[in-house]
Ligand binder design. Structure first.
Ligand SMILES: [Zn+2]
Length: 148
């Protein structure tokens, strides 16, 4: 490759943009045109107002190539979204399994609390009986000591 050729290529690379271009590197907004040449009749292209197909310093890009790049980028994005969605689905399934486990643990805890409440009620009932017996015994001892 000659030094002149690489110089032109590097300037062209400088102005090259992926997808549908919006602005030339010179700062001017690019516009959509229709080719009237014999070689490309009716073919759409985006071009800087200062540029042309032959001028590599300003933006010139065939629109069909831009659209293909847009579609390729969209496909890449779509592939990423598919992978992300797949990961998200796995995460949702794992969360659902964890939620079922937590519900099961919660039900076990509710059963344990219900059993504790039943035991507490039974304990209170037994304490009342013991208290009544104690009062009764105390009264009997008091009466025995008083009247014996
Ligand atoms: Zn330009």
């Amino acid at each position: 490759m000659s030094s002149v050729g690489s110089s032109v290529d590097s300037r062209y690379q400088h102005t090259k943009q992926r997808g549908i271009p919006k602005r030339c590197n010179c700062g001017k907004e690019v516009h959509l045109f229709t080719s009237t040449t014999v070689k490309n009749p009716g073919r759409l292209f985006h071009c800087c107002p200062m540029g042309s197909e032959m001028d590599k310093t300003h933006l010139f890009k065939w629109t069909d190539k831009s659209v293909v790049e847009e579609i390729e980028d969209f496909q890449d994005l779509f592939d990423v979204l598919l992978v992300d969605n797949s990961e998200f689905q796995k995460s949702v399934r794992a969360s659902e399994i964890m939620l079922k486990r937590h519900k099961s643990i919660l039900e076990e805890m509710e059963d344990a609390i219900a059993r504790c409440e039943e035991n507490s009620i039974e304990c209170i009932r037994e304490l009342r009986i013991i208290k009544a017996l104690f009062v009764c015994c105390f009264a009997m001892v008091f009466m025995y000591l008083t009247y014996a």
